[in-house]
Design a protein around this ligand. Structure first.
Ligand SMILES: [Zn+2]
Length: 148
């Protein structure tokens, strides 16, 4: 079969950011409601996607190509601000990850891993993305370990 006719399995379900064409993360409605003023939240449909591209000024969008930009958030957030916490629930920052990468054992990240599985974690609401931060934490940790 010609490769051109084979579609990527998730290419259709993933919505792309209208501004940067990056793949959005679905399920950000609770996070958008928590982080946006009511007037900004009202710009978006019930289903909300998150654009995590730090080069893009859009943070939330919907399937009707309505967008809310990151400057509408009340405070700077990761990854647009590298000093903002990566973990919205427990406050882990890039600095903590750098410290862990330099230590013999990543104790801060191990502690966060336990916390992230506890009832105190509320990523769907508190994280701007609506997702648990562990994937991003692991990515940054690997980057720091390789960059040494
Ligand atoms: Zn975008």
């Amino acid at each position: 079969m010609n490769k051109a006719f084979v579609r990527e399995p998730d290419a259709e379900s993933a919505l792309r950011c209208p501004a940067c064409q990056g793949r959005g993360t679905e399920g950000a409605a609770a996070a958008a409601a928590h982080h946006l003023a009511d007037t900004d939240r009202a710009h978006l449909a019930a289903e909300v996607w998150f654009c995590g591209n730090a080069e893009c000024e859009v943070v939330y969008f919907d399937m009707f190509e309505q967008m809310v930009s990151v400057d509408r958030l009340p405070a700077p957030v990761w990854p647009w601000s590298s000093s903002a916490p990566i973990c919205a629930c427990f406050g882990l920052t890039l600095e903590d990850i750098i410290a862990d990468a330099e230590d013999p054992e990543p104790l801060r990240i191990r502690a966060l891993l336990l916390q992230s599985k506890s009832a105190a974690a509320d990523c769907r609401t508190l994280a701007v993305s609506g997702q648990c931060c562990m994937t991003e934490v692991q990515k940054q940790y690997l980057r720091m370990r390789q960059g040494r």
